[in-house]
Design a protein around this ligand. Sequence first.
Ligand code: PLP
Length: 399
Amino acid sequence: MTRFANSVSSLSSSEIRDLMSLATAPNMISFAGGMPGNDLFPLDEMDRIYNSLTVKEKQAALQYGPTTGMPSLLESLSGYLEARGLPVKKNRLIITTGSLQAIHILARAFIDPGDSLLVESPSFIGALSAFRACQAKLVSVPLKEDGMDTGRLKKMLESSHPKPKFLYYAPNFHNPAGIIYSRKVKQEMITLLKDQDIPIIEDDVYSDIWFHEEDLPEMKLIKAMDPEGIDVCFTGSFSKMLGPGLRLGWMLVPEHIFRKCELIKQSIDACSPSLSQVIADKFIRRGDIFSYTARMREEYRKRGLAMIDALEENLPAYVSFVKPRGGFYTWLQLPEGTDSTAVLRKAIEKGVVFVTGKTFDPDGVKNDQMRVSFCNTDVVTIRRGIPIIADAIREVCDR
Ligand SMILES: Cc1ncc(COP(=O)(O)O)c(C=O)c1O
């Protein structure tokens, strides 16, 4: 009998990953993945960048680099984040291999087996898996339309002994719930966590994909508010605004946390891909990042609006959903107790996939919700696929 570590026995392949194999079947319409559309990648910009590299730059791109990131990218990314109001100079930046690695590193920095953490319900499955891999106990705070239920957060903080090691949350265009946190909720979180020795991990990979400029003030990050008495560990990524295949993300953390995280990263992969870093650096310095994200915002906005229209036209009245104001996802609420896996089975028979609610539930139980993404499906396909999902829902709920 192969004797695996206890920490991996808690891991199982997530439904979302298993579904990806179905999503690649020919003609299957996929509302399942959280990846940008292949047709949207900035291929011309990539070609221009690569062809403009000097021999020295190409050599550096194939070489190991510093653990915390290539100095040129650290500098250009610092400027980019500073322009977004983040307190870069008061903190330290580490380039990571995707922001999921940043979350993993922070998990390893803080969690001992059995420690409790505060997470949202629903929550990003990648983060939940990272925390489970460290054998954490996940204490979930329900999400409302404007962020986590701070009344419940307060009660949990009062009743949790020993206190949670950190709080993990995703403020903007939430995966999967599609919501934006209001300033009010973020302010209440700050008040509750001040001087509690409970850091916040703020996971922000979608905020560049806003559809309505007037939302920007509401979207201000807790890291940018720079609250006194709370360690805020901010994580971000190039995945949604350049390409996840680069595997580049970052964390912006206080100095004392940086020192631990640098050591952990060194032990994992020594450095993040140098070739990706050289390209991302040029992408920022040439200003491509601004023109490309503007183009992407427009494209995802069209898809998001098509999704809203299609859902409004086709869903039965007993299904509600959060209208996306940015990002990649819509989150549907089925009648209480509905099994979205049964809906998924019907939908797959008809040629459409999405992701079931329990995938994102920290307890893996609540299944009367479903995530329908619009990032990797064009407008025509959205109009074709949503009536099929609506039929599958009716077949399960109306029988
Ligand atoms: C909320 C959230 N955080 C982090 C990530 C990880 O992104 P990456 O590791 O590609 O940077 C994702 C990817 O889907 C996500 O949705």
